[in-house]
Design a binder for this molecule. Structure first.
Ligand SMILES: [Zn+2]
Length: 166
């Protein structure tokens, strides 16, 4: 079981602190069911700094192989995660500039004296996972059944049914 990492985010940035740890599949809360047990331990690193423009920032990097079920054959497929995210700490939501003024498209986090780092790590994993991942067709276990999957879809049949009914 991975240790909890609760930080005071502003202090973490001001003191240029750093945490390195790994997170295992079994430690994930929200992403757990989206991933298969072949998921490796993911290495992450959080560091803080106050940049030249006096903004408190957090950097999160995460690397490792996550395994997700292929949406065609349901066999696991490995996704190499290589996340590098940066967040600017703000006191409250009102400090977040309107989207049109934020040309560089920064990510903001409201500073928290008790920030749960693993929640942030998990948010980033969720964002990095592909939507409806599928193996390349030549690598997929259902390659031979592809023609079968192209059978008329049930909605087409439903449309016909409606026509008859009216
Ligand atoms: Zn597949």
């Amino acid at each position: 079981m991975t240790a909890q990492h609760i930080i005071n985010s502003l202090e973490f940035a001001r003191k240029s602190l750093e945490i390195r740890d790994t997170i295992a599949h079994s430690d994930l809360q929200r992403a757990k069911d989206l991933l298969t047990p072949e998921t490796e331990s993911l290495n992450w690193r959080l560091s803080g700094e106050v940049s030249a423009d006096k903004k408190a920032r957090l950097h999160l990097t995460l690397t490792g192989n996550a395994a997700v079920p292929c949406q065609r054959c349901l066999e696991p497929m490995l996704i190499a995660l290589n996340i590098s995210s940066e967040f600017i700490l703000v006191k409250d939501e009102s400090e977040v500039p309107p989207e049109e003024d934020d040309v560089e498209d920064h990510d903001y986090i409201v500073a928290d004296a008790e920030m749960d780092v693993l929640q942030l790590v998990e948010d980033e994993i969720l964002l990095a996972l592909p939507y409806a991942p599928k193996h390349e067709i030549n690598d997929c276990a259902v390659k031979a059944e592809v023609n079968e999957l192209k059978a008329p879809n049930p909605f087409a049949a439903l449309r016909d049914f409606k026509v008859v009914k009216s």
